[in-house]
Design a protein around this ligand. Sequence first.
Ligand code: F6P
Length: 336
Amino acid sequence: TKRIAVLTSGGDAPGMNACIRAIVVASEGAGHTVIGFEHGFHGLLAPNWRKLDSKKVHNIIQRGGTILRSARCEEFKQDSAAKNAAKHLSELAIDAILILGGDGSFRGAKHLSKFWDGQVIGLPATIDNDIYGTDTTIGYYTAIQTAMDSIDKVRDTADAFERIFLVEVMGRHAGFLGAKAAISGAANYAILPELFTDPDETLNDIHQQLSIHRKRYGHESFIIVLTENLWPEGINTLAEKLENLTGGEVRPVILGHVQRGGSPVSQDRILATTLGVEAVRCVEQGKHCIMVGQQNLEPAEVPLEQTWETKKVFSDSLTRTMKTMLNERHSWDLTK
Ligand code: F6P
């Protein structure tokens, strides 16, 4: 039997608890011991840990956040920190560590593996879905749901006042969350890193789309989804520019950390549980320096470095859907 450590790191994502639960239940069933480090990589340095068993993970599958707490740990980039963590893991006789998080966490995991010869396995958990090698990440679907619900609500007031709304979603530097929120919320336009050319072109494009929209529907209500960190001078400047350009009233809405919280939707619970079970299986098989993700609905193992070295891009069908349903409807025949 093995001694397995687990930690959650970086931006928390709904479903992290479901994954911890699966790891503990699967491990316990096979006779392994599980310990959880607290506050991400900080817990490895302190060290700060506790034993986990199925009683401790009872009644957590539906909870957002993470019972192990999370953090970003700048200090872990230093060799001295990774060596210190390796020492603590060896002292605790840990065979494998499972790290739930995004690309920053996986870089930390790889760094640790340079100084520790136990098994290091990553599990993709971030609302951004910006990890190569897995179709989706734990937390992504819940964040889409939250953003979509918000867009539905924004549309009510947008329609009532015939206003233009700019809805800023998270995603860090990736537009996956924005794209899915925009599609499911039937937004009118999306400004996402993957579809962005330059500010002037985007403003002209929106202006053109809005004119078509006004003619076709006879009203102003228009919803634009914007990925954070993308518009050069920020959302408020964009709102002002759009007011000047279109002559309509523009209101900005920043969804922010609301998107990180809430009870995970079924897809996230199921993904988290499946990946937790698979990760324990990978530990038993002696796997090392991999991420356990999901491709075409089946578990997939990917070398850890590849998850951030290869950039995850929009699939052709996602790009087509975005352009067809949102951004490029210039050719509508308005006489019909
Ligand atoms: O990676 C998850 C995420 O929520 C991003 O979407 C966002 O850019 C970032 O984390 C925010 O980080 P913090 O919680 O440290 O402000």
